[in-house]
Design a protein around this ligand. Structure first.
Ligand code: AMP
Length: 307
């Protein structure tokens, strides 16, 4: 299956016009390229869902400059379009949209999607001010350019997924935002385009993220004798302390954040919380990695009371 690569907005729109006017659905997978199996899983999911409806899958490959607060990180971001094209073909994509920065942000560009409230200011938002404004703006533009029926995003970027769902809801975008599970290496490390930058020793150390998260997940879900009735907020605080200790215990890791939040509201964990998001970010050398898991504490809470 050959994948067409489009560079310009107008040529992409013309290619998609007949698809749209025939009422065929379009799936969009926004990426920054340097594609790996994690991206591949989003593309295959879109292809599997849309092919039976005679739809097609568009993968955007665009290293979005306005979501990088660090110029070196932007410049060092891997760009591998030929390999990306092969992965797209194997995963079942139909079209790649790989615009230049100038195509997306021509001279005089000055409109942005800004989300108010604390959602954008915690986790990665606190560590990377302006990051989500850049993400929401580019995804909003891609939605307008491509006109997808569905858009696929990874749960690895949990805050991004939460904010995109909120943007689509707040701004009445008639697009289904589909979250896809995190694809991992055999030791559990979440696949990321940034993993390629890790030195061997940093790569080995990076395994501490998922180990810490898994321990935190079972500690959150466990109903240990003597802890029945412990308020979930208290439990969350103690799990957070162990998460921090576990990552800080790895000499090659520099912790950025470790947080537990209510996965539905992105607010603090309370006794009403049913699913807890455990999220961490840490530097290994110059490379910042993030990961998260969900702990189901909802029904467990009821089990507590019946002990
Ligand atoms: P990126 O190219 O890093 O901007 O990622 C593009 C999309 O792929 C985002 O929706 C990510 O959440 C998703 N993604 C990145 N890594 C993974 C992974 N390991 N598993 C599943 N999805 C991923």
């Amino acid at each position: 299956m050959t994948v067409e690569v489009y560079r310009g907005i107008d040529e992409l729109r013309s290619a998609l016009a007949s698809v749209r006017s025939a009422g065929r659905p379009i799936g969009l997978v926004p990426t920054m390229g340097a594609l790996h199996r994690g991206h591949g899983s989003l593309i295959s999911r879109s292809a599997a869902e849309l092919r039976p409806e005679n739809g097609l899958t568009v993968v955007s490959v665009f290293v979005n400059p306005i979501q990088f607060e660090d110029r070196t990180d932007l410049e060092r971001y891997p760009r591998t379009l030929d390999a990306d094209r092969r992965l797209c073909e194997e995963a079942g994509a139909d079209i790649i949209f790989a615009p230049t920065a100038r195509e997306i942000y021509p001279d005089g560009f000055s409109s942005f999607v800004d989300m108010e409230g604390e959602f954008t200011q915690k986790l990665c938002g606190r560590a990377r001010p302006g990051h989500f404004r850049g993400v929401l703006t580019v995804v909003c533009k891609l939605f307008h350019i491509v006109g997808p029926t569905r858009a696929y995003f990874g749960e690895k970027d949990a805050q991004q997924l939460f904010l995109l769902k909120k943007m689509a809801y707040d701004l009445d975008m008639d697009i289904r935002i589909v979250g896809c599970p995190t694809v991992r290496e055999t030791d559990g490390l979440a696949l990321s385009s940034r993993n390629a930058r890790l030195a061997p020793q940093e790569r080995a150390a990076a395994g501490c993220l998922i180990r810490a998260l898994k321990e935190g997940q079972s500690a959150s879900e466990d109903r240990l004798p003597g802890t029945a009735g412990t308020a979930r907020a208290e439990r969350a605080a103690s799990v957070r302390a162990s998460l921090i200790a576990a990552v800080e215990g790895e000499p090659s890791a520099r912790l950025d954040y470790a947080e537990l939040l209510d996965a539905e509201t992105f607010g603090p964990v309370t006794d009403e919380t049913g699913r807890v998001l455990l999220a961490v970010a840490a530097f290994f050398g110059e490379t910042r990695l993030i990961d998260n898991v969900i702990a189901d504490v909802g029904s467990g809470g009821k089990r507590d009371e019946s002990r």
